[in-house]
Design a protein around this ligand. Structure first.
Ligand code: SF4
Length: 305
């Protein structure tokens, strides 16, 4: 089927199924173009919890679809490709987190949403990169165990007065960015603003002009007076930034900024998923209830960078 036919078919199926399509900022252009909402994981989680649609097609990776299900268990949540996982989320299991907690029994567990439902269920509160600092600062305790992303955890540890101990996980895509690439971008584009995601290594984040969540990058892209911006996050965001800001130039900081897991979903897989309700994601009740508490604590804190 040609793309235009598939896009038409997706429109028909959405009506038949009363479905909404949510796409993460890192999804391929063709998927972003058919989505009802393109956003970061925070925006998409909130939308999932509020939608009146009966079916949520989650174009992203597995933990995002799980999060949507946890927040809206009465809906059918579909992940069109079951192989779309997140290597960062896989760096910690619930058992490992239990052991980490035993080592630091007086610390509160703050878990990045890029984690499994089981790990969320063992956590006090979840965060995204856009609200993490606010959430941490809103907690009564001064002692934090941050999982699973060490780079984001160390970044937050430098921004808050609180003690932040980090799990040794990382995103293989953002971890690849090097100091040399930032220095080269400065030399080649002295007139550009350099922004990176806090999942990048700390030495990279320190050299950049700003470290921002993808939601923060979208806002900055619209508001900045710079007309050239070097972007240190997954390449999918360049498409959205360029589409929404046609007068500005957005360049990828590193050719390594590609997450293969985010590229598994294609138009034909969305069609197949909607036609057959294929790729349903669920979470057992006893885990979902505890994970929802951690997510709702996050959602109750106002968002923002
Ligand atoms: Fe996971 Fe990194 Fe891919 Fe995001 S970019 S889905 S954190 S591996």
């Amino acid at each position: 089927m040609f793309d235009t036919k598939m896009v038409e078919r997706i429109g028909e199926l959405k009506k038949e199924r009363n479905a909404v399509i949510l796409a993460h900022n890192y999804q391929p252009p063709a998927i972003q173009d058919i989505a009802d909402l393109v956003g970061d994981s925070y925006e998409l989680s909130v939308k999932a919890s509020q939608t009146e649609a009966e079916v949520i097609v989650f174009c992203g990776v597995h933990f995002m679809a799980e999060t949507a299900y946890i927040l809206a268990p009465e809906k059918t949540v579909l992940l069109p490709e079951k192989l779309a996982g997140c290597p960062l989320a896989d760096t910690i299991t619930a058992e490992q987190l239990k052991e980490f907690k035993q080592e630091y029994p007086s610390h509160a567990v703050v878990t990045y949403v890029n984690s499994s439902a089981e790990v969320k269920a063992e956590s006090y509160v979840c965060v995204t990169s856009s609200n993490a600092l606010k959430v941490i600062n809103s907690l009564e305790t001064d002692k934090i165990l941050f999982t699973p992303d060490k780079n984001l955890g160390m970044y937050l540890g430098n921004k808050t007065e609180k003690e932040v101990r980090v799990w040794d996980g990382y995103c293989i895509t953002h971890e690849r960015v090097t100091v040399e690439e930032v220095k080269r971008a400065r030399e080649e584009h002295p007139d550009a603003l350099i922004i990176v995601h806090p999942e990048c290594p700390p030495e990279v984040t320190r050299l950049a002009d700003e470290a921002l969540s993808t939601g923060g990058m979208i806002r900055l892209g619209a508001e900045t007076s710079y007309d050239k911006i070097i972007v240190g996050t997954e390449m999918g965001l360049i498409y959205r930034l360029s589409k929404e800001n046609p007068g500005k130039e957005f360049k990828l900081l590193s050719p390594g900024l590609v997450c293969p897991n985010m590229k598994y979903i294609t138009l034909d897989k969305v069609v197949e998923s909607l036609e057959n309700l294929k790729g349903q994601v669920t979470v057992p009740d006893e885990i979902a209830v505890k994970a929802r508490e951690a997510l709702e604590r996050m959602i109750s804190v106002p968002s923002g960078d």
